[in-house]
Write a protein that binds this ligand. Structure first.
Ligand code: GUN
Length: 278
């Protein structure tokens, strides 16, 4: 039976560690403030933003909420970002994605001061990650690294296969596994003989965006399988990109959905927030 990697427990441990660090900073008179901007009222975004605010409250960080109407112009949003960049009492800035279609996301992300870029999406943060400089890291892949480390899973020297090449998960995941001295392969929609490649993996990270796509035929006996996907199946139940029932019997360790990678994203965001007023 595979080790079940408990993201709920590990994320709670991380938040408790951060809570202590924040309390110590407060005792030294150092407050931390995160500005969270949401444009429009996309339902999923409202849930994510609500959870981020709750996590701030839990660890003792101030959150400054900007709930802007759907009609907000790009210019107005850029002017708010500029003002937040300049405020010395605001340490982190997060613009919830997706933005309405009339606003260019790349332009807005580029406008955030890289020193306040707690999402790790700014090209400067991405560049720092790839060249091995200290900086903010994309939260979901950083969460995957923490899940592996805190479960005692060695990355160095392992065959690591990432399925998915998004800027938020796949690409930074590859950079982080490489930094940990894994041998990294990135697969995507144009990869030929996908199962042949994924079967090489000692550590398989799946961020393909297709419910229950990865079955036992894609997985080597004894592999560690990390599922970044989250979907609702026909019974309205949550499931991942990995067919858990098929893969779990042959994996050595696996993340469940829910309760695997999901809770780690906010925990790692909180790590970045605490770092923003180091
Ligand atoms: N939308 C979905 N996930 C994220 C995230 O991690 N950060 C931001 N800013 N927006 C998102």
């Amino acid at each position: 039976m595979a080790l079940l990697i408990d993201g709920k427990k590990i994320s709670a441990e991380i938040k408790d560690e951060l809570k202590e660090i924040v309390a110590k900073k407060k005792a030294e008179g150092k407050e931390i403030t995160l500005a969270v901007i949401q444009v429009g009222n996309d339902k999923a975004s409202s849930v994510y933003v609500g959870n981020k605010k709750k996590a701030c409250e839990y660890i003792g960080v101030n959150s400054l909420a900007y709930e802007l109407p759907e009609e907000t112009t790009e210019e107005e949003l850029l002017s708010i970002v500029k003002e937040l960049n300049e405020r010395s009492d605001v340490h982190g800035i997060l613009v919830q994605l997706p933005l309405p279609k009339h606003i260019c996301e790349d332009k807005v992300l580029l406008a955030i001061n890289p020193d306040k870029d707690v999402d790790g999406f700014h090209p400067v943060s991405v560049g720092r990650l790839w060249i091995g400089e200290e900086g903010y890291e994309s939260c979901t892949p950083a969460g995957v690294i923490q899940l592996l480390k805190r479960s005692g899973i060695e990355i160095a020297g392992k065959e690591c296969v990432v399925i998915g090449r998004s800027n938020i998960v796949g690409k930074p995941m590859a950079a982080m596994l490489l930094r940990e001295n894994g041998t990294v392969t990135v697969c995507h929609s144009r990869t030929k003989n996908l199962a042949e490649v994924t079967k090489r993996a000692d550590i398989l990270v799946v961020a393909i965006g297709k419910p229950k796509f990865i079955t036992a035929e894609y997985v080597k006996e004894g592999a560690v399988v990390i599922d970044v996907g989250i979907h609702r199946n026909e019974d309205n139940k949550l499931c991942g990109d990995v067919d858990f029932d098929s893969v779990e019997p042959i994996a050595s360790a696996i993340t469940p959905v829910p309760g695997g990678v999901g809770p780690m994203t906010i925990a790692m965001l909180m790590c970045n927030v605490v770092k923003s007023n180091a």
